[in-house]
Each structure stands twice: as C-alpha cells, then as structure tokens.
Ligand binder design. Structure first.
Ligand SMILES: [Zn+2]
Ligand SMILES: [Zn+2]
Length: 231
C-alpha cells in the first residue's frame, strides 16, 4: 500500500505498523528506511506500480540501525544496487547485525535484542551522513542528527516540500509520543534532539503511525512546543 505524502514523496506501508518513504530526486529515488525482512517485497512492488525499475532506487538512507528499519536492507541492495547510507554513530550496529547491550537504556530493550528475530544480516554501509548534509542526488533532503533513540539517529527534512521524515524520533500511533525510554539508547537526549526540528512544515512522516499533512501539521507543531524544556 502506498500514498503520496507530499510532492515527490511516497509513503509505503511495509507492514501494518511500519512505513518507509520514497523520495524522488535528480537521479532516481532515495529510500528512507527499509523495514523488516519482508519489506523489500512491498517496496519493489510499489516501485513497479509507479512504473519504475528496482534500479531507480539509487540509495537507501537509514534513520537508525534498529531491526524494524534495517533488517531488509541487505536484500534490497541485492535487488536494486542502491547504496546504503547511515550516520557514523549507528554504523557499527548496522555492520554487526544487531543492537549491542549498551544500545538500550532499559533491561526490556536489552532482553529483546537477544532474540534472533531481532537480528539481521550484517550489512556494510556504503557511505556515512552527518548533521547538516544534503543527501547527494536526493534533490533537497537535509540530514538532522537527532541522537537519543539511538546514538546515530537522524531525521530528514525534504526542503522543497517542507516535509520532515521523523524515523523513530517521534511516533504517531493513536497519539503523538516520543516512545518508551527503555528502548532508547540515551532517552535524556531525545528532547534536545526534538528541539532541533524546524516547525515551518507542510507534512510529517513517521516510521510508525499515521502521517500528517496540511492543517494536521498543526498538531505536530503543538506537540513540539509543549514538550518539557531541557534543564
Ligand atoms: Zn528504533
Ligand atoms: Zn522503529
């Protein structure tokens, strides 16, 4: 299932709960996140629906190295030849094929990371992105480093459409939220990271939950404004 979130941005539901985003650029598509191991099927199906070829996905940019975002990445690269990009602070996790013990602040997080179904094929990054970078070839996708959920978590601002793709920096499953602290690497960093997100937006995409567009974006701006300030 897919739908247009903003001009040049297609939201793809890779499962009932998870979204990836296809961004049209100068040289083809930049895919933001992949999903679980079954996600490549849905992603390639959407590309075909749009009348395009798998090789039109030129690069994959991962918001962070958690299994629900990266598990399908190696297989998608095999089908498309896309380059995989990630922030340097999450690169070792991507290449290890699992979240390490220090990657979650709470015992529950560390416990679930022992489950083999939350591991993935160790995946080499083809490139690294940093705060402030414009993703090459993406036609206007800007990297904002938002550590907390993971050390190398990023959100992506599509400048031409003023659309922000939030990864797991915020969730919109029923209501807007920052997610369980136990699953975050350093939960205390999350508020400072959210404070870095611009508020002049036309659309907001979440890796988990319902996107917001047009007048709905107001609820996201209110959510950002009402978060407690860091001391
Ligand atoms: Zn995550
Ligand atoms: Zn996630």
């Amino acid at each position: 299932m897919h739908s247009q979130l903003a001009p040049g941005i297609t939201r793809i539901a890779t499962s009932k709960r998870d979204n990836a985003f296809l961004v049209e650029g100068d040289d083809g598509f930049t895919l933001v996140d992949v999903g679980w191991s079954k996600a490549p099927g849905a992603l390639l199906h959407t590309v075909a629906d749009l009348g395009r070829r798998p090789s039109d996905i030129r690069r994959v940019i991962l918001t962070h190295a958690h299994p629900d975002h990266v598990q399908g990445a190696a297989e998608l690269r095999r089908h498309t030849g896309a380059h995989i990009l990630i922030h340097d602070a999450d690169r070792a996790w991507l290449e290890a094929g699992r979240v390490p013990a220090q990657g979650r602040s709470g015992a529950i997080g560390r416990l679930i990371d022992h489950l083999p179904k939350l591991h993935w094929a160790p995946t080499t990054a083809d490139g690294i992105v940093s705060d402030g970078d414009m993703v090459e070839g993406s036609d206007g996708l800007r990297v904002i480093h938002t550590p907390g959920h993971s050390p190398g978590h990023i959100v992506l601002l599509h400048e031409p459409s003023r659309t922000i793709l939030m990864g797991d920096a915020a969730f919109n499953r029923g209501k807007l939220a920052i997610g369980p602290a136990a699953l975050a690497a350093d939960p205390d960093l999350r508020l400072g990271s959210l404070a870095r997100i611009p508020q002049d937006l036309q659309a907001v995409g979440f890796a988990h939950g319902v996107p917001l567009a047009g007048s709905e974006v107001h609820t996201f701006q209110q959510f950002l404004q009402q978060l407690p300030r860091e001391s």
